[in-house]
Every structure is written in C-alpha cells, then in structure tokens.
Design a protein. Structure first.
Length: 163
C-alpha cells in the first residue's frame, strides 16, 4: 500500500502542486514537500532557483507546466534549464561564464592601421596587412576610433599639385 503525504502546507505557502509548495520569508525562498522543508536559497539567487526547479522536474516531483504557473517564468526558460540539468547536472548552473577573447584592436594596432589608412590603403587592404577581419576595422571606423581618408580627396589633391 503506497504512503500518502497529506497536503499540509505552511500558512503562507504558495502551492506548486499537490505535495510541493514554496514561501518567501526574510529574503529567502523555502521549498516544502508537505510540511517538511526540502531546500532554500536567497530570493535573488537565480542559479539556485533554476537548478532546484529543474531538479524537481527531472526527479519527477512536478511537471514543467507546474513550475511555469507557480513562478510565472516562460515555458522556453523552463525547458532550457531542464535540458541543461539533464545534460550537465547541477554544477552547470554554477559554472563561471566563458571569458571573452582579448581585444584585437589594441592601441598599437590602431596606430598602425591609422597609418596605413592615411597612406591611402583601402579598409580591406589594411585589414589584410594587419591580419584582422575587415568587419572589425569597419566597426572601429564607424565608432570613430579610426578615421578613413577618402581616396577621391587624395587623388584630387594629387591632380592639383601635379598641374
């Protein structure tokens, strides 16, 4: 004969399903199975929230739709977090984000690129000579870190001096 857990929740608890509930007190979120506390975390600790709610779904304690309704999160977020839990486990929620790659346009590279642009090289030629992507160079020009000289102006100036 299976045991039954009576749905006795604390007075201020919000039900997730028939046996699970949660409550917020003093900046902490407490989860209950029946009247027994099973987990807690700080209100602003999203990593622990995502990990524990995913764990509840993976272990079969509740359904994704119950988490979505109880906490007001999007369905796709719940699915994404459950998928992360299934593929990499609880530690995946606490991993540090990957570091960005170092800057390509260091101050020295900007000075060299500006010199090539001043000599009349095109942006694509300058990018090839510097070993950087043309898009990176164009972004620097658009943001004002580099100034592109106009070839037409240089040609006109050469014609005037030649005449």
């Amino acid at each position: 004969m299976p045991q039954i857990i009576y749905p006795l929740f604390p007075d201020d608890a919000t039900p997730i399903n028939e046996v699970l509930s949660f409550t917020k007190r003093d900046g902490q979120v407490y989860y209950f199975q029946g009247c027994l506390p099973v987990f807690s975390h700080a209100e602003d600790d999203l990593r622990s929230f995502r990990m524990f709610t995913s764990q509840l779904v993976v272990n079969g304690n509740c359904k994704q739709v119950e988490i979505v309704k109880a906490f007001g999160i999007s369905v796709i977020s719940a699915k994404r977090h459950v998928k992360k839990y299934r593929s990499r486990g609880p530690a995946a929620f606490y991993e540090r984000p990957k570091q960005r790659k170092p800057r390509v346009l260091t101050p020295d590279v900007i000075i060299q690129a500006q010199g090539l642009l001043n000599e009349g090289s095109s942006t694509s030629e300058t990018a090839k000579r510097m070993g950087i992507k043309p898009d990176t160079l164009l972004k620097a020009i658009q943001s004002g870190r580099l100034i592109e000289t106009k070839k037409k102006l240089k040609k006109a100036a050469q014609k005037v001096t030649a005449a």
